[in-house]
Design a protein around this ligand. Sequence first.
Ligand code: CMC
Length: 428
Amino acid sequence: MSNTATLEVNGEKYEFPIVTGTENEVAIDIKKLRGVTGGVTTIDPGYKNTGSCTSSITFLDGEKGILRYGGYSIEELAEKADFLEVAFLLIFGELPTKEELDKFYSDIKKNSIVDEDVKKILDAFPKAAHPMGVLSSLTSALTAFNPDAVDVNSEEDMYNSVVRILGKFPVLVAWAMRKKSGLPLDYGDKNLGYVENILKMMFKVPNEEYTQNKVLVEALDKLLILHADHEQNCSTSTVRIVGSSHAGLFASISAGISALWGPLHGGANQAVLEMLEAIKEDGGDTKKYMAKAKDKSDPFRLMGFGHRVYKNFDPRAKIIKVAADEVLGDLGVEDPVLEIAKGLEKEALEDQYFVDRKLYPNVDFYSGIIYRAMGIPTEMFTVMFALGRLPGWIAQWREMRLNKEPIGRPRQLYTGPTERAFKPIEDR
Ligand code: CMC
């Protein structure tokens, strides 16, 4: 194959290098396009064809349904690794040795105390506030409590900022949930594993001994691994672009949380559960909702279906579907909503509209059912997604800074009025 691509604009030919990734993905490098053509740009709303960076963190093949972190398949990691090992792998590029992992966790624990004054900020939020808004605000507020600028050229500074956010973020997650439930804001237990401790921080009540449920710990660990990174998705691209202005890690991640909140992205897990509940309340007629999803005059979409990149199946959804069955079975929960979900999935997979558009269940379709069985309130589902995505955001922010990427600043094609004279207000 030729290693250049030729573009002809207004009769003039230009050559651009073709670059190939380690998985043989091919991209045309148009860095010099504007310079050589005298200002010609490209238009690609939603960046459906645009690679914003090179990255060595996560590989995804949407046609084949492949997802790998640092070369390891998501299936194997979900089965054999724990969340903290996966976080280390994403951020530093290799699975940790036992010593490295112990040190990593010990450093995270040392950095898990959140300034007591953050509680005052949390206190000012109404109880009805959505926890994603609360989480985004508190994460941003952490900048004020940890104002030291990170020298990205210092390995030590970078490492410290990583363990700091991995330590404090779960506390904010737990506090956001406890605030909503009216429970005192507290810490967990340093003797527990990362994920065990998160559950304890979320669920411990003041006058009772907290007992761990192994099934829940394993299920949450798996869910967090499955959500840990997904290359250049909306929230991750947000984190990278905010960080590209040299904004700090907390500020960049706070922006990522806001991006994740939307129902087309992480907010879909809450939207799925609400949709399934609505179908149940409406008598369980899945066909009616299938018809609504296909009706172009109806804004309704089948939440938890479709993906920008996966056009075959979402490998995470496959694992989560099995996990949902296991968790509900282990806990002895019979959830009619799970049956509705399965019915809907079966119908959609056989329906021409969904087949033609390659719409398959995505990661959010079954995760809410597991979260619900764990006793996590619906509004917290997207917060749990954020907790899982945190290592990915950190890894991508770090990579972007270490690669010295330029500030993110897309171009546009202006379609507004051409130059005109100002009209005084009385003449308009
Ligand atoms: N229900 C009904 N029709 C759909 C759906 C759906 N869930 N998703 C896509 N379509 C149709 C869409 O109307 C369009 O049809 P047509 O070609 O006739 O105009 C076609 O499929 C292509 O859709 P698109 O919106 O152009 O595709 P996209 O890549 O821009 O959007 C998506 C991807 C995930 C935003 C979209 O599929 C969607 O809105 N899904 C529902 C929300 C959801 O589950 N989001 C979670 C995504 S996975 C986790 C994450 O990323 O956070």
